[in-house]
Design a protein around this ligand. Structure first.
Ligand code: ADP
Ligand code: ZN
Length: 606
């Protein structure tokens, strides 16, 4: 029997295991159950794929995402693994063929939807088959606490009752305490080891910029850093999704809208184009993303604030699954926060739930306004408190200057108080700046003692001060839903001078016009672009011929290594991570041809 490492090398083309993969694989190969907690892109799949290849019999993978199964099966077949899927998207004839293969022992891995698995027919078939293991992917779906509870998952407890000797691996990227306990209990994994990897996604660069002209800011970000990359732009409303997609398209980007208001065919088509083409931008509401497994999403941009840090982490987590540098970029302004709060208040959730949602929104605000490393704030929120500053977020790359904002805070708080705790940021700032707008005169606010006391700061500086006071809880958005601000609990101590207020200076404010250090370097340098494009073209061509997404042929990371290392023969090509035996045989020569500049239709060698 080959070793796990040999399978990793020859079948998958990778040199060494990552993180705890080796431990997990050894444990499962030896027949043990376990729970695997690993962030997206951490490499969960190999934890069951390799044991399934090493243990005799069929590895059964339960996955809720039918749309993903085809991709996974295609990718495995490319690597020479005998894999198939059994779900409702198959015709009866196709399903019968898969069942025949199972009976004949002609498969290593079977992906199956949970509702299918628990049918008597399927259980009966499996009980007559030699089984290597069960992998329960997206295991958090078993928990009612989680965000995508699937009732069918509850029935999976049947597996250890019917097949007590077959090892079970449950895997997920989301598992806070309660969810984790649910998984263990409901899947009968009590006593099984939990292999947890940290939640950090070091290749994602986090950045938050104050919202000024969001579209222009987005455009600059796309043009300067992601001219030909695929990515997702999240917006809050369907209307905005349509508008932003049309706007980007009018400026020459392939940008497709995606939201629940579009008919299913259009949605499906847009999703497929995102997967199958290069460089497509999807502009979407949160309806888009579940089950998007595209590894080379190079950026996730938020034009509006997400609902919570959990949502943010999940949405941004769709970037950079391949481990290459990726961006999580967000613009945010006070109006967003007020709008998000309105959504909570207008909803019909009970007060207890609303309180939780408000707290979550506050945590998000705290993240946006922090002067600390963003990754530290994020990970601390998920319970990992011992990370040092990451060096790969905006606050690390451009340290934020702070200033003693106590006096400014006092002025802002009293302006809110004196105007009756019902006006929004715009009006309060007008009062502070002493602007005699019609509204101010009409309301007599030009006669208030706070009128015009804030001339030392600009309008956008005051906006920043107020956002930070809200983040710190000294001011609160009024829950009546009209966008007013009121004075928070702790404001009194600030007014009395008992509490010092440290504020951050917005970096963009400080160094307008200077080169932005936080901008990502692009993956390939200017001179490498032509060869890189030719490699991508060949990959796209091969993908089209077989009707699979390009990344199923080779990941970006693999193409990048080809570009860097420029292998000249099959032997050195085999050394490139991601080039396993099967892909070497199928594609090695053609890619060598492009690298040598001798493949038909390509230009001179680079
Ligand atoms: P997850 O399911 O945890 O989100 P995947 O299993 O899809 O992650 O793996 C993410 C990416 O990392 C894939 O492109 C996979 O091929 C790659 N990968 C996984 N393990 C290794 C490894 N040991 N060496 C190199 N690449 C790996
Ligand atoms: Zn950082």
């Amino acid at each position: 029997m080959p070793s796990p490492l040999e399978i990793l090398n020859t079948t998958f083309g990778y040199k060494s295991f990552r993180g705890r993969q080796q431990e997990i694989i050894d444990h499962v190969v030896a027949g043990g159950d376990c729970l695997v907690l690993m962030p997206t892109g951490g490499g969960k799949s190999l934890c069951y794929q390799i044991p399934a290849l090493l243990r005799p019999g069929l590895g059964v993978v339960v996955s809720p995402l039918i749309a993903l199964m085809k991709d996974q099966v295609d990718a495995l077949r490319q690597a020479g693994v005998r894999a198939a899927a059994l779900n409702s998207s198959l015709s009866p004839a196709e399903a019968a063929e898969v069942e025949r293969d199972i009976r004949a022992g002609a498969l290593d891995l079977l992906y199956v939807a949970p509702e299918r698995l628990v049918t008597p027919r399927c259980l009966d078939l499996l009980s007559k088959t030699r089984l290597a293991l069960f992998a329960i992917d997206e295991a958090h779906c078993v928990s009612q606490w989680g965000h995508d509870f699937r009732p069918e998952y509850l029935q999976l407890s049947i597996l250890h009752e019917r097949f007590p000797d077959v090892p079970r691996v449950a895997l997920t990227a989301t598992a806070d305490g309660p969810t984790r306990r649910d998984i263990i209990e409901r899947l009968g994994l009590t006593g099984a080891p939990v292999f947890a990897a940290g939640f950090d996604r070091p290749n994602i660069r986090y950045r938050v910029v104050p919202k000024r002209e969001p579209r222009t800011q987005l455009w600059a970000f796309l043009q300067e850093e992601h001219r030909t990359d695929a990515g997702i732009v999240y917006c809050q409303t369907r209307r905005k999704v349509d508008e932003v997609a049309a706007w980007l398209a009018s400026r020459g980007r392939v940008a497709l809208p995606y939201h629940a208001g579009l008919d299913p065919q259009t949605r499906q088509m847009h999703q497929e184009r995102f997967l199958d083409e290069e460089g497509v931008v999807v502009v979407a509401t949160i309806a888009f993303g579940m089950g998007i497994d595209k590894p080379n999403v190079r950026f996730v941009a938020h034009l509006d604030v997400p609902k919570s840090l959990e949502a943010y982490y999940q949405e941004t987590g769709r970037a950079g699954r391949d481990g290459l540098p990726a961006d999580a970029w967000m613009t945010y302004g006070m109006a967003d926060v007020v709008a998000a709060l309105n959504l909570i208040e207008r909803g019909d959730a009970p007060e207890r739930q609303r309180r939780i949602e408000r707290q979550k929104l506050n945590a998000l605000l705290g993240y946006c306004e922090t002067a600390r490393c963003r990754r530290q704030v994020l990970l601390a929120y998920f319970g990992e408190r011992d990370h040092s500053p990451c060096g790969n977020c905006d606050t690390c790359l451009e340290p934020v200057a702070t200033w003693d904002g106590t006096v400014a805070a006092q002025k802002a708080i009293s302006a809110v108080y004196r105007t009756g705790q019902r006006f929004g940021v715009g009006h309060v700032v007008d009062v502070l700046l002493g602007r005699t707008t019609e509204r101010i005169v009409e309301l007599g606010h030009d006669r208030l003692p706070t009128f015009g006391v804030g001339a030392e700061l600009s309008k956008s500086e005051w906006q920043s001060v107020i956002r930070q006071l809200v983040a710190a809880g000294h001011l609160e958005p009024d829950p009546d839903g009209y966008g007013g601000l009121r004075v928070g609990e702790s404001a009194r101590a600030v007014l009395r001078g008992e509490m010092r207020v440290e504020l951050r200076r917005d970096p963009a404010e400080m160094r307008k016009g200077r080169a932005r250090r936080a901008a990502s370097p692009s993956l390939v340098s200017e001179t490498e672009v032509p060869l890189w494009e030719r490699l991508r073209e060949l990959r796209l061509e091969l993908a089209r011929e077989q009707g699979v997404p390009p990344y199923v042929i080779f990941h970006d990371a693999t193409l990048l290594d080809m570009l860097r290392l420029k292998p000249r023969d099959l032997r050195s090509m085999a050394q490139i991570p991601g080039v396993g035996r099967s892909k070497l045989e199928r594609y090695g020569a053609q890619f060598l041809g492009v690298l040598a500049g001798t493949s038909p239709g390509t230009a001179e060698p680079a």
